[in-house]
Design a protein around this ligand. Structure first.
Ligand SMILES: *[C@@H]1O[C@H](CO)[C@@H](O)[C@H](O)[C@H]1NC(C)=O
Ligand SMILES: *[C@@H]1O[C@H](CO)[C@@H](O)[C@H](O)[C@H]1NC(C)=O
Length: 146
C-alpha cells in the first residue's frame, strides 16, 4: 500500500512541522498597574535586555512553562516605576499571553485541511470509485441513448 505510506509520511511531516512552529510561539507578560501597563517578551534574550530593570533577571531560573514566571515580582523588577503616580490601592496585575501569529496559524490550518482532505479521499476512494463509475456509465449510456 504505497499510497498509505506516503500519506503517513505526510502526516508525520505535518506533526513535525507543527511542533516546530509551536515551539516558536513567544510568550509575553503584560504587567498592568492602574492606567500604566508594559509588555515584557518572555524570552531569555529580552529578559536580559530589559531597559528599566532594577536588577538583573536570572534567566537560568525560568520555569519551562515561562508563563509561570509572569508574576508580580517579575513585573516589579522589570518596570519598577510602573505603579508610580497610580492610586494607592492599585497593584501590579500580571497577565501572560502568546503572540497570535496569523501566518503560523494559516500554515497549520492549511496543512491540517490538506491532510484531512487526503485522508478522507483515501478512505472513500475505494468505496466511491465503483459508485462514481456506475453513475458515470449510467449517465453516459442514457445520454447516448437519447
Ligand atoms: C521563575 O519561577 C520559579 C518558580 O516560581 C522561581 O524559582 C524563579 O526564581 C523564577 N525566575 C525568574 C527569573 O523570575
Ligand atoms: C506610569 O508610569 C510612569 C513611569 O513609567 C510614571 O511616571 C507615571 O506616574 C505612571 N502613571 C500611572 C497612572 O501609573
Amino acid at each position: 500500500m504505497p499510497r498509505y505510506r506516503r500519506l503517513c509520511q505526510l502526516l508525520l511531516a505535518f506533526v513535525l512541522l507543527s511542533t516546530a512552529l509551536a515551539k516558536d510561539i513567544t510568550n509575553f507578560c503584560k504587567c498592568s498597574c492602574g492606567q500604566n501597563s508594559t509588555i515584557i517578551e518572555m524570552t531569555k534574550f529580552a529578559l536580559t535586555h530589559l531597559p528599566h530593570a532594577s536588577q538583573p533577571i536570572d534567566v537560568d531560573t525560568l520555569m519551562p512553562k515561562v508563563c509561570m514566571n509572569c508574576t508580580r515580582l517579575l513585573c516589579g523588577i522589570a518596570e519598577p516605576q510602573l505603579c508610580d503616580g497610580a492610586a494607592v490601592d492599585d497593584e501590579i496585575v500580571p497577565l501572560c499571553f502568546q503572540r497570535d501569529s496569523l501566518q503560523d496559524e494559516l500554515i497549520i490550518y492549511g496543512f491540517l485541511l490538506l491532510v484531512v482532505g487526503l485522508l478522507a479521499w483515501a478512505a472513500i476512494r475505494n468505496h466511491a470509485k465503483p459508485v462514481i463509475e456506475r453513475l458515470w456509465n449510467q449517465y453516459g449510456y442514457t445520454s447516448i441513448g437519447q
